[in-house]
Design a binder for this molecule. Structure first.
Ligand SMILES: *[C@@H]1O[C@H](CO)[C@@H](O)[C@H](O)[C@H]1NC(C)=O
Ligand SMILES: *[C@@H]1O[C@H](CO)[C@@H](O)[C@H](O)[C@H]1NC(C)=O
Ligand SMILES: *[C@@H]1O[C@H](CO)[C@@H](O)[C@H](O)[C@H]1NC(C)=O
Ligand SMILES: *[C@@H]1O[C@H](CO)[C@@H](O)[C@H](O)[C@H]1NC(C)=O
Length: 411
């Protein structure tokens, strides 16, 4: 380097002035470039520092102020502080009309937390699961029943796919129909429908009690009485008994061995009321259900035997072995009595409400039945007139003839 400098010094003498001037000019240019470079670098560093501070302060101001348009516009895309999500997304049930098939649905519904305590405030709900052929024709009565209790219940409807629901669905039932399949009464596909209902209801973590209801069912008490009864109960309500006759043990098939023996075979009404634990047990049963699918067909009437047998074998201890749904078998025959408009009166309803049973395994007595069936569509207007008073519904509208008429015309 020094040698080179020396060399150029030596050359100095022979170089004309114009050339010297040119070299100086180059040198000045070089200096200018250097200066611009240094200046640019400094400016860049300063700006980057400034921006950093800006985003830093932005994060802070965003906590207190909702908007700061000028600085926000300056800052690069940064993670804007959002409302806490926590478990909110995880706990949100999928849409009622999801596209899961039965296998996917049952699998998802069978999941449960290993930690029993909930890390959030959970208001337990009662899931009312309507298994119907078509319209819930007593919907206006149920609407009066549900009124004002929105956070304490959820509704699910399974109806035959052929029913296209063309009538204006009543508000509480609107959009509550789950993906449904064909059901023939007495067929094992009725159990599939019940498991489908249970699975859909299990997807909502708030549901604690699960009630199966038909379109001809009515409630016998007001919502708060039924809610307290169910939520405070330590038992399940699945009717289950050993019937030695031809319509009991007579329906047993020896091929069900070894999973189900004749001694374990039970009968009972299909209209159940169970807690979350048992609901999980039912949807995740992969031992007994396939046996019923295979060997309980036709006049076996799986709906009268599957749940009573399963519960008796695996969940007998917590079961009351009785149903909460009253039905009149007194007239004999293979089907219970239907009730017409002329059967419905205050005395009749009071009689159903006044039956007493042991509650929570004998600790106290309480109502035997919370629901009753089988009420035909013709009973609706009469029920609307007398039931809200007899059953002491908390909030109800006076029956509106006009509304009722249009509803009836549509079903
Ligand atoms: C429902 O089905 C009936 C007959 O099956 C048909 O006449 C009617 O148009 C359908 N309504 C809707 C909304 O699809
Ligand atoms: C359960 O019973 C207790 C005491 O009997 C009562 O205080 C409580 O409110 C009841 N819970 C519900 C949900 O009704
Ligand atoms: C119901 O029946 C089961 C057996 O199936 C039995 O373990 C249970 O104690 C019975 N419950 C009552 C309340 O009798
Ligand atoms: C609900 O019904 C019960 C009787 O089952 C009654 O004691 C209670 O007062 C009713 N609630 C209201 C708000 O009317």
């Amino acid at each position: 380097m020094t040698e080179k400098m020396k060399g150029s010094n030596n050359q100095y003498q022979s170089i004309p002035i114009s050339k010297i001037f040119k070299i100086q000019l180059h040198f000045i240019n070089f200096l200018t470039y250097l200066l611009v470079l240094v200046f640019g670098l400094t400016l860049g560093i300063i700006i980057s520092f400034y921006l950093k501070e800006c985003t830093f302060s932005l994060q802070f101001t965003q906590l207190s102020l909702s908007s700061l348009p000028r600085t926000q516009h300056l800052s690069p895309p940064i993670a804007v502080k959002q409302e806490r999500v926590g478990l909110k997304d995880f706990l949100k049930p999928p849409p009622i009309m999801h596209d899961m098939d039965d296998e996917e649905l049952l699998w998802r519904a069978s999941m449960t937390a290993k930690i029993a305590e909930y890390p959030f405030e959970r208001v337990p709900k009662v899931a009312f699961m309507f298994l119907t052929r078509g319209a819930v024709f007593l919907a206006p009565l149920w609407e009066q029943f549900f009124k004002g209790h929105e956070v304490y219940y959820s509704i699910y409807v399974h109806s035959n796919p052929s029913y296209n629901g063309s009538h204006p669905e009543s508000p509480v039932f609107h959009g509550r129909r789950i993906p449904s399949k064909e059901v023939e009464w007495g067929n094992v596909n009725m159990i599939e429908a019940e498991r489908r209902l249970l699975s859909n209801a299990l997807l909502d973590i708030s549901n604690q009690r699960f009630v199966l209801i038909s379109e001809s069912c009515i409630p016998l008490f007001n919502f708060s009485t039924i809610y307290s009864y169910l939520i405070n109960s330590t038992q399940n309500y699945v009717m289950s008994y050993d019937d030695p006759s031809s319509v009991g043990r007579g329906r047993y098939n020896i091929q069900m061995l070894p999973e189900v023996s004749l001694n374990e075979w039970r009968k009972g009404s299909q209209w159940f009321e169970i807690d979350r634990e048992l609901a999980l047990g039912v949807v995740s049963d992969r031992i007994y259900f396939p046996v019923f699918q295979e060997y309980c067909k036709g006049s076996c009437y799986a709906d009268e035997h599957y749940l009573p047998t399963l519960v008796s074998i695996k969940f007998g201890e917590g079961n009351s072995n009785r149903s909460l749904t009253w039905v009149d078998w007194s007239r004999g025959g293979p089907h219970p009595a239907h009730f017409l408009r002329s059967d419905v009166n205050v005395k009749f309803l009071e009689r159903l409400r006044s039956k007493k049973c042991k509650y929570n395994n004998g600790e106290s007595t309480n109502a035997c039945f919370l629901f009753a069936r089988k009420f035909l569509p013709s009973t609706l207007s009469k029920l609307l007139k007398i039931a809200p008073k007899v059953m002491q519904f908390e909030h109800y509208d006076r029956p509106n003839k006009h509304k009722l008429l249009s509803f009836k015309q549509n079903i």
